[in-house]
Design a protein around this ligand. Structure first.
Ligand SMILES: [Zn+2]
Length: 263
């Protein structure tokens, strides 16, 4: 949306308001930026756009002032922002803006920081949404396993309808795998002393393992540690321990065969 400078009311950017600027930009929260068309043109594939004429219009953008202030720093000859000190929520907004306006200098570094945010426990469904929207398949594959327990509502909100379908198709086999993991293998002909196929240790062990797995889809892939935590319940019964290992192998094979998130 374009306006004339007569309409300008509001705050003026401290960092980006050049006297000799030839384009006025307004953020969604009312901050005015006066920039050089040449810089925008050099660093962005998208804006300012040919339809914006020098000096006689204001370009209203949907991004907020903090996001634009960061983004414009990638479009001038000056040190770039240190993204280590940028909060995740702000980083995610910058990453989206960098993609939207195709600011190449910002796109790659934002991707690097979005990826590293995964390991620091930031909201993985936001990162998956960003990766899916912009076609970053590897990042999708890294983020998707961390979103298994996200509610459908949250997933839809962050992924949008089309990537939500991909996510549902990715997640469903995990649900099936968890349901199947609740069923340990049969004794398989391993007989205890006296010919019985099962001793008294087995059932409490199985119940404890299932209880630890709970309804958390992510624990299916951590089955080794769940089983190990409960091994002591089998004491020194090597028959039951062998059966537990078969159970673990069965689940791990199943997990290895699950498809990764596909765009
Ligand atoms: Zn036993």
């Amino acid at each position: 949306m374009l306006r004339t400078p007569r309409d300008v009311v509001g705050l003026i950017s401290e960092r980006f308001y050049a006297d000799d600027g030839d384009i006025l930009i307004s953020s969604c929260d009312g901050m005015q930026f006066k920039l050089h068309r040449q810089n925008l043109h050099m660093h962005s594939d998208i804006f300012p756009g040919e339809e914006v004429h020098a000096g006689d219009e204001i370009v209203d953008l949907s991004e907020d002032s903090a996001t634009l202030d960061l983004l414009f720093q990638y479009m001038y000859r000056q040190p770039q922002p240190d993204l280590r000190h940028v909060e995740f929520e702000q980083l995610a907004k910058l990453a989206e803006a960098a993609e939207k306006y195709r600011v190449f200098a910002a796109m790659e570094i934002c991707k690097v920081f979005m990826r590293s945010s995964l390991s620091s426990g930031k909201d993985p469904v936001i990162i998956l949404g960003y990766a899916a929207r912009h076609g970053y398949q590897e990042l999708c594959a890294e983020a998707a396993p961390l979103t298994l327990n996200v509610s459908a509502r949250d997933a839809l909100d962050h992924l949008g309808p089309s990537h939500f379908v991909s996510w549902s198709l990715y997640r469903d086999p995990w649900v099936q795998a968890l349901l199947d993991a609740y069923h340990p293998p049969p004794s398989g002909g391993i007989l205890h002393k006296g010919g019985s196929s099962e001793c008294d240790l087995w059932k409490p062990f199985v119940l404890a393992v299932i209880d630890d797995m709970g309804r958390d889809l992510a624990t299916v892939s951590l089955i080794s540690s769940v089983l190990e935590k409960n091994y002591e319940r089998l004491r020194d019964c090597r028959h039951c321990k062998m059966r537990a290992q078969t159970w673990r192998d069965q689940i791990q094979r199943r997990i290895a065969e699950l498809p990764s998130f596909q765009l």
